[in-house]
Write a protein that binds this ligand. Structure first.
Ligand SMILES: C[S@@+](CC[C@H](N)C(=O)[O-])C[C@H]1O[C@@H](n2cnc3c(N)ncnc32)[C@H](O)[C@@H]1O
Length: 173
């Protein structure tokens, strides 16, 4: 699962600056955590995923950064992150939102943990040139519209863009 999506494009959209605190929801085996640690000047990279096996895999993927304390990978869910309010400058979530048991609760939680002005980038399989896996997991238009509507219900600005094999929502608090 590590390289099913082009996470470089997500990283570009996220516009992480030196010193930022970044939170990833649903890090899976940790491809994006690894990129965040290697390619950005983020001061703190935190991640939450409900699956202990994913936590073990992602910890192996970013072992050095975890040891240094720059990366902290915990267990948690989008609907209950356990994070302090307004604690993240950037929030990211890839190939995960369709698994949330309750979209509106997750969206409210994402909004709560972001600092004002901070964007959340939420991406799901799709995009302009999806490969076989992304094609098979694309969401119908009505479901994408529902996600955008839920984000627009709480965030100031919401946009949708087509990456190579992901559709990405950017929501600014
Ligand atoms: C398809 S994987 C994607 C992993 C990673 N983001 C990537 O793109 O490679 C989905 C991940 O979402 C996690 N997950 C499932 N339900 C979740 C929820 N309610 N909140 C947060 N993460 C969840 C799973 O444990 C799994 O690691």
């Amino acid at each position: 699962m590590l390289w099913t999506s082009n996470q470089d494009e997500v990283l570009e959209l996220l516009e992480v600056r030196p010193g930022h605190a970044v939170l990833e929801i649903g890090y899976g085996p940790g491809a994006l955590v690894r990129l965040l640690a290697a390619r950005t000047g983020a001061a703190a990279i935190r991640g939450l995923d409900p699956t202990p096996g994913m936590r073990r895999a992602a910890t192996r993927t970013s072992r050095a950064a975890v040891r240094q304390g720059r990366v902290a990978l915990g267990l948690g869910t989008a609907q209950d992150t356990g994070e302090a309010g307004r604690s993240a400058d950037r929030l990211v979530c890839v190939n995960n939102i369709a698994l949330w048991p309750d979209l509106e609760t997750g969206v409210r939680e994402v909004h709560r943990v972001l600092r004002p002005g901070g964007p959340a980038v939420i991406a799901w399989h799709g995009g302009s040139s999806p490969g076989r896996i992304a094609r098979s997991l694309r969401l119908p238009k009505e479901q994408l519209d529902r996600i955008e509507g839920a984000l627009a219900g709480v965030f100031c600005e919401v946009g949708r863009s087509q990456l190579s094999n992901l559709v990405a929502f950017t929501a600014v608090r």
